[in-house]
Design a protein around this ligand. Sequence first.
Ligand code: 5GP
Ligand code: ZN
Length: 114
Amino acid sequence: MDSCLFCRIAAGEIPVTKVHEDDDLLAFRDINPQAPMHVLVIPKVHIATVNDLTPAHEALVGAMVRCAAQVAKDHGFDASGYRTVFNCNAAAGQTVFHIHLHVLGGRTLRWPPG
Ligand code: 5GP
Ligand code: ZN
């Protein structure tokens, strides 16, 4: 999707600070970090929301979650703890309609979230 911000980031058209890239995924630092570690893991393929996932995406989503765990481990937060979040649609605060898994760590994260 030409108009999608994260498709453009995946295509290399908009610079980001990458922390991981492979054939299917890109992980990069959030431009407005909410914690000392705030990384977004995205698929290179366009999927607007979690509601749009199908059985064909199961391996891809599994890879996203495992990528998030590796990012947290690389930052040294695997044992102490971190948070992974998919926001879906307006009430959850989704602003970019290309799925992304937030990976947050490096501070105490309260529960429930606001
Ligand atoms: P959402 O609110 O949709 O769950 O999360 C979107 C995230 O994308 C936000 O945390 C926001 O800071 C981040 N973001 C928006 N535009 C850019 C950008 O151009 N570059 C990077 N690195 N992050 C972005
Ligand atoms: Zn997209």
